[in-house]
Design a protein. Structure first.
Length: 223
């Protein structure tokens, strides 16, 4: 996956939003993308950017020089990218760990979203490296699971995520945006943010909240 000027512009705009605004935009456009149950496990920073994917599980890794899980994605990532990991094998083995977090941070990677357990979370917190995951584990992946694929479609929650898609994650949740939908979602989310900013200004000006959050707000997401 190569970065380009359009993708950089989309990423910059996405960074000015939050997960709730993107979720509302997806609702308005009748698109899926929000995944629940992936809390912010380290750092309080929001992440937003393009996605690289890793699929982990049981089996034989692709032929070639053996590498520890996650290292290929770190080497191939551009600064600001987000690594998205699927580990749905049922094993409690970690899909991400502390040395990977440090390596990713030094590479300029924005963060990791893991459909599966992660470990060494104290190290990720020490490095202020954002990790969102399904849960925590102390159990290593070594000798248990392998890296099955890089940059192939993965399933996070009920959402299919492809390399080159976009993700945003913060304290409220995680949302993915398919690359073909990014421009429309951004425009819609930006309109929602502008309207809510106007509502906040109205409250500061003394307008009653029942008026500010009236029928127009209730119907804001209707097509």
């Amino acid at each position: 996956m190569r970065a380009d000027s359009a993708a950089d512009t989309f990423t910059a705009r996405l960074k000015n939003l939050d997960c709730c605004a993107v979720s509302d935009a997806l609702d308005k456009l009748h698109l899926t993308g929000v995944v629940l149950g992936l809390p912010q496990l380290s750092s309080s920073r929001r992440i937003a950017g393009r996605v690289l994917t890793i699929k982990l599980g049981f089996g034989e890794p692709p032929p070639g020089v053996p590498r520890h899980i996650g290292t290929t994605a770190i080497v191939n990532a551009h600064p600001g990218d987000i690594i998205v990991v699927e580990q749905r094998s049922g094993s409690p083995a970690a899909s991400w760990g502390g040395i990977l977090a440090l390596g990713a941070k030094l590479r300029g990677i924005a963060g990791v979203i893991a459909e599966g357990p992660v470990r060494d979370i104290d190290e990720a917190r020490h490095h202020d490296f954002p990790v969102f995951g399904r849960g925590l584990t102390p159990i290593t992946a070594r000798g248990r699971i392998v890296e099955l694929a890089n940059n192939q479609p993965v399933k996070i929650g009920d959402v299919e995520v492809k390399a080159g898609d976009y993700a945003i994650a913060d304290g409220s949740g995680v949302a993915f945006i398919a690359s073909e939908n990014i421009e429309g979602v951004l425009v819609t989310a930006e309109e929602i943010v502008a309207r809510e900013s106007a509502m906040a200004r109205a409250l500061y000006e003394g307008k009653p909240i029942t008026e500010v959050m009236g029928a127009s707000y209730e119907n804001m997401l209707r097509s």
